[in-house]
Design a binder for this molecule. Structure first.
Ligand code: APR
Ligand code: ZN
Ligand code: ZN
Length: 361
């Protein structure tokens, strides 16, 4: 039987979100209904609400979530009712060119629930990133559910579903940070902060945090940075070079998404090193790259999409490291809030006051 639960709706361009009753259908073939326990507030939710992603209003927001599988549809083998899961927005299809070539983290097929959740009047909802988890329950494709150790706190586990995985993955999967490396992270918000933690996990020797906000730099030291550079006061490129014997960093991670920080990332790298772009550019953004330097010594310029993660490989691993006390994922939870607190959380995010606000359901 379809169920009526609370959900957070973005009704139209730039309109404030509201809590409304939504209808969640029973899971069909390949689908699962998840009882959401916690869901983090991400910039992407705000972009949806502002109409910056597409115009398919009304949206059901929320996508960094953990919860318990309540029911599954026909043919579902991935998960079963009662499983504690983290939701992901890029389930791997197993059949596309990227998957068949053994690089499933580049899978481009979206794999979401076929049925629609609706408002009470039957209006179909567009779930943010195919998830829609600022809701008591949500309908997803079973492949979007990854089972992890239920000893993990939901408000911590859910963060792996987006920003924190994007940051850790940029360091360990895309950047391939290894022991002894020098790593510079430009922009130390939720994503860059997670890159710092990923670099530490991978055994980096120097981790240089660069930001214009001193609060983020103080936090970066807690997350594992060995040096900080306030790029409002100091030239970021010169500072990174100075801290790396003039060489530049082996891996530079850009987690802001602005032309000037992309440029800094490029010039702060060792010529044999790797630049990893995580910050999302606007459609018209451009930078100029001097080709003699691009071809300097075999370095690489890479982009990282969702941390090039494989949820079924990476989520349980990172949760285990967290439970063993080796990865302080809890450091990203600045506050837990109720379902009514999302507009206030957007405001705090905008002012840089939080790494993550997490809604408890
Ligand atoms: N130089 C250095 N740091 C900067 C600059 C700058 N010019 N401008 C902003 N920052 C810092 C902010 O102070 C903040 O600490 O970048 C950080 C951005 O962090 P958040 O706003 O928390 O954003 P986050 O969620 O980490 O996402 C960062 O990654 O996935 C993408 O779309 C996402 O483009 C965004 C980026
Ligand atoms: Zn695929
Ligand atoms: Zn997100």
């Amino acid at each position: 039987m379809a169920q009526r639960v609370r959900g957070v709706i973005a009704p139209g361009k730039n309109e404030p979100v509201r809590v409304e009753t939504i209808i969640v259908p029973d899971p069909g073939p390949g689908e699962a209904v998840v009882k959401v326990q916690a869901c983090g507030v991400c910039h992407t939710d705000l972009h949806y609400r502002q109409g910056g992603i597409n115009d398919d209003f009304p949206f059901l927001l929320g996508h960094e979530a953990a919860g318990i599988v309540e029911s599954v549809g026909e043919g579902v083998t991935e998960v079963a009712p009662g499983d504690f899961v983290v939701l992901n927005w890029r389930a791997v299809c197993g059949q596309c060119r990227a998957c068949l070539r053994g690089r499933p983290w580049y899978c481009f097929n979206t794999h979401n629930a076929k049925q629609k959740m609706t408002l009470e009047d039957g209006t179909e909802l567009s779930p943010a990133l195919g998830i829609g988890a600022f809701a008591d329950k949500t309908l997803v494709a079973a492949g979007q559910c990854t089972k992890v150790d239920p000893a993990a706190k939901p408000e911590v586990a859910g963060l792996l579903g987006c920003g924190v995985m994007a940051g850790i993955g940029a360091a360990i999967n895309t950047g391939g940070v290894t022991r002894g490396d020098s790593v510079a992270v430009i922009g130390c918000g939720g994503v860059g902060g997670a890159s710092i933690m990923g670099a530490r996990l991978a055994g980096a020797r120097r981790i240089i945090a660069v930001d214009i906000d001193q609060r983020k730099l103080d936090k970066a030291l807690e997350l594992g940075a060995t040096h900080t550079v306030n790029s409002r006061e100091t030239d970021a490129v010169e500072a990174v070079r100075e801290l790396t014997e003039g060489n530049g960093a082996d891996v530079v991670i850009e987690a802001v998404g602005r032309p000037e920080t992309y440029e800094q990332a490029f010039y702060a790298r060792d010529l044999a090193g790797t630049v990893v772009l995580v910050g999302v550019p606007t459609p018209e953004m451009k930078i100029e790259l001097p080709l003699p330097e691009v071809f300097g010594r075999g370095g690489a310029l890479k982009s990282s999409w969702y941390g090039d993660c494989l949820p079924s490989r990476d989520f349980p691993m990172l949760i285990d490291l967290y439970l063993q006390g080796r990865l302080d994922l809890g450091a990203f939870v600045t506050e837990t809030i109720g379902i009514d607190g999302i507009e206030a959380a957007f405001e705090k995010m905008h002012h840089g006051d939080v790494l993550r606000s997490v809604v408890i359901l």
